[in-house]
Write a protein that binds this ligand. Sequence first.
Ligand SMILES: Nc1nc2c(ncn2[C@@H]2O[C@H](COP(=O)(O)OP(=O)(O)OP(=O)(O)O)[C@@H](O)[C@H]2O)c(=O)[nH]1
Ligand SMILES: [Mg+2]
Length: 379
Amino acid sequence: MKIKRFVGDSFPDVLRQAKEQMGNDAVILHSRKYKEGGLFGLFGRQKFEITVAMDENGRSGIKHLATPASDYMEMDTSQLAVPYTNEILQEIKQMKDMVEELRERIDDENPRDIIGQNGRLLLKHLVSRHVDEKLANRIVKTVEERAEAGQVHDYAYIKKLCVQVMAELIKAPRDIELKKGKSRVVALIGPTGVGKTTTIAKLAAKFSLIQKKKIGLITLDTYRIAAVEQLKVYADIMGLPLQVVYKPGDLKPAIERFSNQDLVFIDTAGRSPRNDEQMAELVTLLREAEPDEVILVLSATTKSDDLLDTFKRFDIMKIDKIIFTKLDETNCYGSILNTVHSTNKRLSYVTNGQNVPDDIKLLDDIQLAQMIMGDDPGL
Ligand SMILES: Nc1nc2c(ncn2[C@@H]2O[C@H](COP(=O)(O)OP(=O)(O)OP(=O)(O)O)[C@@H](O)[C@H]2O)c(=O)[nH]1
Ligand SMILES: [Mg+2]
């Protein structure tokens, strides 16, 4: 018995290697997927491994795994009107072999069927990455239409096409806009605990320390004592001015006082989108603030249906962009694509950890699509 391990970038790739070196009769003993390398353990490269055995006498093998005729003999035929004779079993076996041979020939000669196979593989993969099944079907269809006939057998090529198609759906994420000589007011809204305050601290650090912009911070979150304290700690560390607003009437004057800052971030209290009273209060505050940008903060760990529901409820505040947080807490980013697709909103930053200010990034559409695909976006 010869046993060998094969490693590659895709399952078809390792299977091909195994077939080439061990022949069609080899038997797969074990298979697994694992991540290699990566950043923050997040963008590791997906690897596939199979362990294959080959009986050197050529007796065990894939062909022998097909049900042998003798198994049919063991069926309980007492209930059947027509008894299974050896002759019939022989014919069934011949027909099975013919179908198998035909299937192999079609696979070799008909590239469209190969794309069909690769398409099915791709669909399964996208759904496993939490891409909505309907959307995944549409993506696969577009990939199939665009695939060059000569390359359809190449799954790596099909995956690359898929990344392009998904990137077009995601569209290029947008940075926070700055206007020369004008103060810009940006409010972050969203459900409780998604990371609004932490994200403001990261953004404030990026714009003040790296881009040398003048930043002002305003918090409307006075519901919890700890909430003001949380932003105050960051403001003190970065040496940024912070104003705490307790009632709607004080908001406009606070923004006025920051009219010389390049960028003013407004932190809001996390609201349950299902609590109408809380939502109405937030709407009143935002009307008062008239922010230049309203950014909805969502967690990548939330289910697609809930993300969409949350978006709809917060959209009375006219959402401009979406920030996704906690990318480090999940492996499947299909929900990001689903949300962007069904809301038709632009993404902005993504965050991938609790560290202020490091764990925030403005990825491009291709990098996001690669992440959704489960590939290393090369960061
Ligand atoms: N793993 C991970 N944790 C994060 C990320 N962003 C924020 N957090 C953590 O999530 C928790 C909540 O963060 P906050 O910034 O207080 O969230 P919030 O949306 O302001 O919460 P409320 O004001 O209570 O609604 C904290 O423990 C943060 O450190 C992230 O990208 N990844
Ligand atoms: Mg907060």
